[in-house]
Design a protein around this ligand. Structure first.
Ligand code: NDP
Length: 473
């Protein structure tokens, strides 16, 4: 279809394109509620984003200026040159780092736009309805950029996953927030010609972003990532208000609202409070690793053959997968084992912890990829009462989400986090490569319990061996 040129710069036509774009965002988002529709939902939202981008280019004044189209083209080429290979090559297990990085870049872009807006109006007329959202975007975008950078460092294991906390952390955070708000008030009150205050905002908010995320322990990272995501959305929406760009307002609010809902759900699942995150008291006060083995507990190694016998004579087997299953890409092998056991009349269920793996829904996505029937998947609250009648629980590459220290050791950094209560089943077999800790960096007393045996090795190799043994019995 050829659009008559007269329409192209027409405001109504641009608005129409924006409405189509938002509708696609919302429709695409609804697809993200289930693993089967998620990829299609993502593609639909991406088409919406392309339409919003075209609509922005068609907006009167955007392409004015001789160098502007070239600068925009340069931005598109650079962004595509970095983003496309990164997205194509990222390993599934490195996805959370990528999300943290992209989220941070979004927050950083918003803070830079606020800075450009500020310079644009420097010394001139800056209406409060533009200035206030710009200042908000500068603060929140900067927090999000620096906070996400620390989250990336922790997830990529460039920085230690354990909490890093300064004495008087909460007071420092409150002081930094005060500097941001006070500088913003000074600027909004009319002294906005003083660039120093704007820099003060960017620096104080940046340090606040670092300070908020550094003390957060490994196990609590999922909550902070979704919180930072919500921050980026809100700051983008504020920039949309400042620039009078409806697309940015709607897209920012969608991210802000969905990020806030996810943060709330994650915090509930982890038994944490969101205000405690912002106050810097999140993630537990203890940063020394708890040693479960120090009380003389011993570890019992087992073999694939013994595990196969144990499983074949069970009535109910529960599989508790975790991050190690994702690393080993063992989901298809696990599905084969489930089939082999079912063929022998054993009932098999999967126990899904809300933060198992490295992103929300990680286990659901992997198991759906391996065609595991959805009705075999049990959420944590549904499966926990069933462990007492479970003969064998097979823990496949999960660690923190099964750690009984969360229930029994008040000094533990993960104390209070709900876990899969696998220790209540009659026997537990843990598949992992070594005695190494999980993301939270703490020992797991489960491994030393008399009812637990360890099958050391890569999860995919171990599961495949166990399956062959089961089939041979
Ligand atoms: P953990 O990180 O606690 O443990 C994973 C275990 O997998 C490790 O102990 C490791 O032991 C084992 N492993 C690694 N590679 C392999 C392999 N190839 N074969 C067999 N085992 C392997 O994972 P959980 O899923 O139990 O817990 C998730 C953790 O990540 C929680 O602390 C959670 O809070 C955090 N987190 C979750 C996010 C989310 O959104 N879901 C986001 C960010 C963090 P070994 O090296 O000995 O093999």
């Amino acid at each position: 279809m050829i659009v008559p040129a007269v329409f192209l710069q027409d405001e109504n036509f641009v608005d129409l394109l924006y409405i189509v774009a938002f509708s696609l965002f919302i429709y695409g988002l609804s697809g993200l509620t289930g693993p089967r529709t998620a990829v299609r939902g993502n593609k639909i939202a991406a088409v919406g984003m392309a339409i919003a981008f075209i609509a922005t280019l068609l907006t009167r004044g955007v392409l004015s200026g001789s160098s502007t189209p070239w600068l925009i083209a340069l931005g598109v080429v650079l962004g595509a040159a970095v983003g496309i290979p990164a997205a194509l090559n990222v390993r599934m297990t490195a996805m959370p780092q990528m999300v943290a990085l992209f989220n941070g870049v979004g927050g950083g872009a918003v803070a830079l736009i606020a800075w450009v807006e500020y310079r644009h109006h420097f010394g001139g007329d800056f209406a409060l309805k533009v200035e206030i959202p710009s200042l908000f975007a500068a603060i929140v975008g900067s927090i999000s950029f620096w906070g996400s950078s620390i989250a990336f460092g922790k997830l990529q294991e460039i920085l230690p996953g354990r909490p890093i906390k300064l004495p008087g952390q909460s007071l420092i955070n409150a002081g930094l927030l005060l500097v941001c708000v006070a500088s913003a008030v000074v600027l909004a009150a009319g002294t906005h010609s003083q660039l120093l205050f704007f820099f003060g905002i960017l620096v104080a908010a940046g340090v606040l972003g670092l300070m908020v995320v550094l003390p957060i322990g490994g196990a609590d990272m999922p909550v902070v990532i979704s919180l930072l995501n919500a921050f980026t959305g809100l700051s983008a929406a504020a920039t949309g208000i400042a620039l009078n760009n409806t697309a940015l307002i709607v897209a920012g609010m969608i991210v802000g609202a969905s990020g806030s809902i996810l943060t709330n759900l994650m915090a509930k699942a982890m038994n944490r409070s969101v205000p405690a995150i912002v106050a810097g008291g999140f993630g537990g006060a203890v940063d020394a690793p708890v040693s479960a083995g120090s009380d003389g507990g011993t570890v019992r190694a087992t073999s694939a053959q013994d595990v196969a016998i144990q499983l074949s004579f069970a009535r109910l087997v529960v599989i508790a997968p975790g991050y190690g299953m994702a690393v080993a890409q063992a989901q298809h092998a696990v599905r084969e084992l489930e089939r082999a056991l079912e063929a022998k009349g054993v009932e098999v269920k999967y126990a899904i912890h809300p933060v198992a793996g490295r992103m929300p829904g990680h286990m659901n996505v992997l198991l759906a990829e391996a065609d595991v029937p959805y009705d075999l998947l049990r959420e944590m609250d549904d499966i926990n009462p069933e462990f007492s009648r479970t003969d064998v629980t097979l823990v496949i590459g999960a660690n923190d989400v099964t750690n009984p220290a969360a229930k029994n050791e008040p000094g533990s950094p993960i104390y209070g986090m709900p876990i899969l209560e696998v220790d209540r089943s009659a026997a537990v077999v843990v598949l992992k490569r070594s005695m190494a800790s999980g993301f939270a960096g703490i020992d797991n007393p489960l491994f030393y319990e008399p009812k637990t045996s360890m099958l050391f090795g890569d999860a995919k190799t171990s599961v495949t061996e166990v399956t062959s043994e089961v089939q041979a019995l």
